[in-house]
Write a protein that binds this ligand. Sequence first.
Ligand code: SGN
Ligand code: CA
Length: 533
Amino acid sequence: MKNTLFLFFFILSNLVISQDNRPNILFIMSDDHAYQAISAYDDKLIQTPNIDKIAKEGILFSNASVTNSICAPSRATILTGKFSHINGKVDNIFPFDTTQITFPQLFQKAGYQTAMFGKLHFGNNPKGFDDFLILPGQGHYINPKFIGKQKDTIITGYVTDIITDLTLNWFKKKRDKNKPFLMMYLHKAPHRAWWPSPEKFAEFYEKEFPLPETLFDDYSNRASAAASAEMNIFNHMHLMQDNKVYPKTIQQMGDLVKDITYTGESRKLKKAGAREFYGPFKRANKEQEREYRKTLDKISADFTEKWPKMSDEEKTIWKYQRYMQDYLATISSVDDNVGRVLDYLKENDLEKNTIVVYTSDQGFYLGEHGWFDKRFIYNESFKTPLLIRWPNKIAPGITNDEMVQNLDFAQTFLEAASIKAPKDMQGESLIPLLLGENKKWKRDAVYYHYYEFPSVHMVKRHYGIVSKEYKLVHYYYDINEWEFFDRKADPKEMKNLYDDPKYQRIILTMKKKLEKLRKKYKDSDELSQKYLY
Ligand code: SGN
Ligand code: CA
């Protein structure tokens, strides 16, 4: 009897030790994926059934935003749970201090198995991961190189498929079934220069997309930063590298483009050999090149025929269509691949205990205000998609419009995993909102600060406060201008109301709130000085 009892307790205690019921976390992030290009948010441009599934079975945040709309700073904020001015990664140029604590390190220490595959773009290798393979810097779309924990490698194929293969391979071959996992599955797509797979390139070239209402924005009634930015589709998007116009001869290209405002291209063209101008495409092997060539030849023929006869307005529309065809084609691949990973979870009984997050490192302009790129506090780049599924915890199909940020991710994941968050993290756990306990949520406005100027796209430095109703922005450094928007009355942000007498009282209130937020988060003009160049 004694022996049987002993055996019983022995088996029981082993069961308790080997059963770790803490939730797995699958964090899926794309690079520059605009919420306008996810059908759960807006189905005018593309259908994304797999990404939508996360929202259908979970929660969609309609007011999720970033603290600083650019790649590396967003990633630093996600990993540290701190604003750029505190973690020091204020732009893509300033280095990250690797002695700082990142949330994956805490997961690893607490017994999670951790892995990262894809684009980190952080300047350093990630800490706290049992396994990783990351793209160096921006990485390549075609036949990409990866930096590994053990060794570097080049993998033939299309980047979005490869990152997914690596992730699935890890699940199949390396996952320790006795431990919960933290998987960071990070896409390069749809980052510029928007190179699709050959199949999607051909498919999306046949499509035509609706024009955004503000495509021909003249930037009047806004602070001067909107007009001086260099991210206008007509003026700054490259016909070759971006729109993929590669005529048979360089001479032909030079003649065709010499009348457009972006003259650097034709000058460079004459100096270089043709292959150099194939941008990321120059990595393709002969077979891949043959496949891409089929669509490239169509683009080139269409361009050669139409371009000389087009008005500036028609040229803008032509470039916009080319841009959308490629940008959305890359997203279609992301959606297919997200589907592969969700299917794997389902087929392997991992669905129930896995928190699945889909987000982007920031939003992006898809022709709104005539722009591509990001950086500004205007909605399309300030906001970011955020969809979370957690079966039996999050009610399916809910939408939440609270002002949440990428700053909040670290504390959310830590709380979900019952790991104590360091006191100096600056976000709020989203768990109450996930569980539908919205009354516990006290934040009514968020803080934003963008730094990278002067730099590519020339978006001036600015900081601001955003609530559900209003947005107040201060542009500083080489200008001193304010902007104020009524978000409900003017969702497209076309009219700066800073000098409107009707709004003076509310502007004053928002200014006070902004000062309070800056104090709370420890930002100041003195600190901004530290990050000047
Ligand atoms: C490159 C891109 C820019 C982009 C930055 C930062 N130009 O410079 O359009 O804003 O990266 O992007 S490109 O011609 O090289 O594509 S980020 O997402 O990495 O911050
Ligand atoms: Ca980005």
